[in-house]
Ligand binder design. Structure first.
Ligand code: AMP
Length: 190
């Protein structure tokens, strides 16, 4: 199985590159942000609770997203592999993911990080907010909060994979095709 973690701050291009990667490698795309937005759209209790936090730009509790991922792994037993996008976002989530995958006799193949500076991220997210309809993309204060959450809680996840020898980073600024080509070079080396 090829199990990839696509890593990087909000606005780094994880969603865009995931779409291209799932096509090339025939993987199942698991974006916790998309799953949560789907819960909100369906008006579920989980969605209503998560929305309060998402609208403030803060992370939802680990046990909520870990439970969602566990369900998705069970629902895709025949998958060739997974691309995790926006997950794991804390070290506790990374540890839980290792346990979940181990129970299915598989593991993370590698993490690829897209590096983009804070100034470029704010610019991209504000631009995306104009037509994404996402409330958390529309407000500069919320965008800064999300980047702060990333820097304090999510950035340490890189060290978790570094210590397992599974971390590679690439420059996330440039044209989409050029970044995709760099990504595929890294993935083919896993
Ligand atoms: P995203 O679409 O990945 O930018 O996620 C949007 C929002 O959903 C985040 O700001 C968090 O509030 C929440 N979220 C998504 N994924 C996670 C996760 N793995 N852990 C905690 N919160 C998450």
């Amino acid at each position: 199985m090829l199990n990839l973690v696509l890593f990087g701050p909000p606005g780094a291009g994880k969603g865009t590159q995931s779409q291209k990667l799932i096509e090339k490698y025939q993987l199942v795309h698991l974006s916790t942000g998309d799953i949560l937005r789907n819960e909100i759209a369906n008006g579920t209790e989980l969605g209503l609770e998560a929305k309060k936090l998402m609208d403030q730009g803060v992370l939802v509790p680990d046990e909520v997203v870990i439970g969602m991922i566990s369900n998705k792994l069970d629902a895709n037993k025949d998958a060739k592999g997974f691309i995790f996008d926006g997950f794991p976002r804390t070290v506790a989530q990374a540890e839980a993911l290792d346990v979940l995958l181990k129970s299915k006799d598989t593991a993370i193949s590698g993490m690829v990080a897209l590096e983009v500076n804070d100034q470029e991220l704010e610019k991209r997210l504000l631009l995306r907010g104009k037509d994404s309809g996402r409330p958390d993309d529309a407000n500069p204060e919320i965008i800064r909060k999300r980047i702060e959450e990333y820097n304090t809680k999510t950035a340490p996840v890189a060290n978790f994979y570094k210590s397992q020898g599974k971390y590679v980073s690439i420059n996330g600024i440039g044209d989409i095709e050029g970044i995709f080509s760099e990504l595929t070079k890294v993935i083919d080396s896993f």
